[in-house]
Design a protein around this ligand. Sequence first.
Ligand code: NDP
Length: 297
Amino acid sequence: MSADIIDGKAFAGDLRARVAEKVAAFRAAADRAPGLAVVLVGEDPASQVYVRSKHKATIEAGMESFEHRLPDTTTQDELLAVVRRLNTDDSVDGILVQLPLPPQIDENVVIATIDPDKDVDGFHVVNAGRLAVGQHGYVPCTPLGCLMLLKDRLGDLSGLDAVVIGRSNIVGKPMAQLLLGESCTVTIAHSRTRDLPDVVKRADIVVAAVGRPEMIRGDWIKPGATVIDVGINRVPGAEPGKTKLVGDVDFAAASQVAGAITPVPGGVGPMTIAVLLRNTLVAAHRRAGVPYAKGSI
Ligand code: NDP
């Protein structure tokens, strides 16, 4: 059996187009564009690439993009002052502080300083709490993107056995909460889990968010299961000196067994920015008091 490939790139492109349409309607209703502020501290090359992509996508969606680039010598107080200014800036609907931060800055303090109603990354404890108790808030972009792909593929998820491998605050835990919210029976696996192959084998839905290249083997997958691979790992490529990206799942083997699977790249990765734009659009509607048809995106 050969699995269907879940085309996250195409889904994300479609989501971004739908966001752009709604941005146009928002601009007409509110007489301003939704605004996303991105704060980058330091010169981390990967972060620079992410911030550039976010800026480009924000502009393409018809939103305002405010970039704040600070040197890696920035103190925590200086960064907090920037965040507080953005909290009170009416043209800013969403605030994203690019992680990781330099060692002199405590990222928990920074995230706690962001206004929860502008926390479009969904990392603030208030939003984590809202997700846990089923209230409206902002959900971290990557797991929300995974859920969108799963619902698009499977429709109603209720009653399905789901395993989330990884328990980070930004992927694993919110992913598990979202699946629980869809009435899945959820298992969260982590580095102390005993007999991970057996746990994975029972799942109709496997979400891998570990950060270990191709760790999830093909023969762990239940035939017909839906596999969402969040992992992004750079490994040596076929040619000397070249690298390539692989996920946390052994794609070649798992795709022989699964019913559907996301590739890496081109699966979950493109969803993150698309959902960030969607969260910013929602924030703009809430802040401007413009009704937003829930479920429309
Ligand atoms: P973290 O390192 O924060 O968490 C990794 C999790 O994997 C931990 O909970 C850890 O368990 C668990 N783990 C580690 N080793 C094992 C093992 N041998 N068996 C079972 N579980 C294990 O990673 P993130 O959640 O931030 O990211 C996970 C992956 O997703 C990475 O590859 C990252 O690059 C990618 N990612 C992709 C995004 C995107 O597509 N846009 C966005 C965010 C992340 P324990 O808690 O016990 O240590």
